[in-house]
Design a protein around this ligand. Structure first.
Ligand SMILES: Nc1nc2c(ncn2[C@@H]2O[C@H](COP(=O)(O)OP(=O)(O)OP(=O)(O)O)[C@@H](O)[C@H]2O)c(=O)[nH]1
Length: 223
């Protein structure tokens, strides 16, 4: 959803819609939701992106929903991402469903060390198709890639599932930062492409972009 060009961005942590005391300008804005089972690392993923931090050993399950804003610049365009961190626990599902409709992009996470979080991805996609906009951008992320010794889901399994649903895929780590920024930048680029049309980049495809950036970073990753 295009924002008012040059308008003041909402302050971090402030309820959307209220006027901010300070301003950070942006050209476009988009709502992104983090989804996936409880414990897959959604809150840590957001914290890594927003503040570059990781709090190890602590797991405080999200209650309901929380959000943070961050402005990223892609191809000279400032995109304000309003990122909603949802609770993965079943009992909060009815709360989070209400937010799907406004989201332009969804990051769907599973934990590569937790088989049920991967098996539940199909159920998440069914929910997404029920509650989200038809053209919502979806990205599948296999998080906790830093703990390869406890891996139970192969990277190829994530890739196969993503291909089946026609969505981009990558493995990530909120702990090391691997591919965290890339996931959000790819979303921002797609939102920019949708808002600005084909003029700047006639053949932009988010899946191709993610694949090319993954390959490019494999030699000297963010780890
Ligand atoms: N090794 C490793 N641990 C992680 C990573 N991301 C998160 N964790 C750990 O996984 C646990 C759960 O992380 P959260 O970010 O709270 O999980 P969540 O998906 O937000 O959980 P809910 O709020 O209940 O939906 C915490 O103990 C984190 O420290 C990661 O990339 N690598």
């Amino acid at each position: 959803m295009p924002g008012t060009p040059g308008a003041a961005a909402t302050q971090d942590g402030e309820a959307p819609g209220r006027s901010p005391p300070c301003s950070q300008s942006y050209d476009l804005t988009g709502k992104v939701m983090l989804l996936g089972d409880s414990g897959v690392g959604k809150s840590c993923f957001l914290l890594r992106f927003k503040d570059g931090a990781f709090l190890s050993g602590t797991f405080i399950a999200t209650v309901g929903i929380d959000f943070r804003n961050k402005v990223v610049t892609v191809d000279g365009v400032r995109v304000k991402l309003q990122i909603w961190d949802t609770a993965g626990q079943e009992r909060f599902r009815s709360v989070t469903h209400a937010y799907y409709r406004d989201a332009q992009a969804l990051l769907l996470l599973y934990d590569i060390t937790n088989k049920s979080s991967f098996d539940n991805i199909r159920a998440w996609l069914t929910e997404i198709h029920e509650y989200a906009q038809r053209d919502v951008v979806i990205m599948l992320l296999g998080n906790k890639a830093d703990v390869n010794s406890e891996r139970v889901i192969r990277s190829e399994d994530g890739e196969t599932l993503a291909r089946e649903y026609g969505v981009p895929f990558m493995e990530t780590s909120a702990k090391t930062g691997m591919n965290v920024e890339l996931a959000f930048l790819a979303i921002a680029k797609e939102l920019k492409y949708r808002a600005r049309g084909q003029a700047d980049e006639p053949s932009f495809q988010i899946r191709d972009y993610v694949e090319s950036q993954k390959k490019r970073s494999s030699c000297c990753s963010f780890v």
